[in-house]
Design a protein around this ligand. Sequence first.
Ligand code: FES
Length: 547
Amino acid sequence: MKNHGEPADSFDGRPVIGICNTFSELTPCNAHFRELAERVKRGVLQAGGFPVEFPVMSLGETNLRPTAMLFRNLASMDVEESIRANPIDGVVLLAGCDKTTPALLMGAASCDLPTLLVSGGPMLNGRFQGRTLGSGTDVWRLSEEVRAGTMPLSTFLDAEAANSRSAGHCNTMGTASTMATMAEALGIALPTNAAIPGPDARRATLAQMAGRRIVEMVHEDLRPSQILTREAFENAVKVIGAVGGSTNAVVHLLAIAGRVGAPFSLDDWDAFGRDIPCIVDLMPSGRFLMEDFYYAGGVPAVMKTIADRLRLDALTVTGKSVGENIAEAVCWDREVIRSLDNPLTSQGGLAVLRGNLAPLGAVIKPSAATPALLQHRGPALTFASIEDFHERVDDPDLPVTADTVLVLKNCGPRGYPGMPEVGNMPIPKKLLEQGVRDMVRVSDARMSGTAYGAAVLHVAPEAAAGGPLALVEDGDMIELDVFARRLHLDVDAAELDRRRVRWTPPPPTMTGGYQSLYVSHVLQADQGADLDFLVGCRGAAVPRESH
Ligand code: FES
């Protein structure tokens, strides 16, 4: 490092702090991270540490093909090996766009060096033609208007520009905001991390404070394994329920728990989150956006509101407990962050469904679905792939009514591969023209955190792994009962056995390279869709030294 002018005593007695940066111009949500990294460095230097910034694979949701989720585990490997192999004592993770947060936390958790995550912050509110627009959520909504013929494409494109007008990630309670909220609720990020907008000067202040704090954490030897406990996961599930967070949080939180070895399962999701009301009125479940959420008090105000349901003794990166962190928190706007006796919906948590159609579980976000569809029985209309769906969805002769259950197969972790966000399949055009805007959809795919609808997701085992989803045929009756947590295929077991004998797995869509490794080793959604050989904490020690 002398080649960039470091005096020989730069490291004397100073913790070396890695700044793990997912900056990339191909990840627009993280494109302001160079400035953020400089602020972390300033904080590290102020506290007597030595900062070293290093790049890792960045995952931009809108640009990566076939889907960013395919690469979450690859990025986590990059993070883990970069942290372990380099001579660093602690690490600040800079994350923003959806998959960057879980990828960084998974990699860091497998090393267990002192770790603190800083999010890039959401974009400012979108405004267009006198109304507020939210990332993703309004793209979905307006794109259906374009398909229904009620909005010209040029207006849609202008709305899109109004929606994406500043540095930061999606400004709805989509996956990126949910992940930032999750990190704060887990205690692995500083209080207020989730909601400060990307361009707000207070985001830079937070980054600088993180730089100072990580140096102290190294001196205190405060590690993720002390923070990412079962109690922390319980808090995260409850807070995600209270904010109406993304269904994607399920797979990511399970994967992070798997890395750190915390006892936390899919059934815990339902148990911890079941009675948590959604109190935050943010899109896609509600009306407001992350900027409003910050002004209302952000995650600390939510945690204060539901404090009697949280594990207040859980330790956080501040060195203090959750209870101590939120002691002074105040809610400044009860329209945005409601009180417990006036929730947006009484059941904010994500519901875990089971039944003969999903023996290992499936997930639905009740707060984003039309209430009347939470109990529904209807005939299946099946699609063998998302391409098959797109080919037929707007066919005027498609045998579909508002009662039909759309069933999409082969979009799971192994089948696609990479479990893309296609589970909120668009409503068939002929139904859109009749005014239908929601219907029950069942798949082994995920859904964008900014999306909404009665979409049953993450069905496990997935169709490509021979799960019962593969055996559904057109006209089979499907029963969804979210209140009873039930997803049932009304076909008798003997008939399903006959179909199973006839079933053959779909041919692989991609071969060679990382994709082959992924398909051979990816776990099902109920285990976080991590690669089997990456589960667990391997520590930061390097047993051999070749220099
Ligand atoms: Fe990056 Fe939505 S596209 S957070």
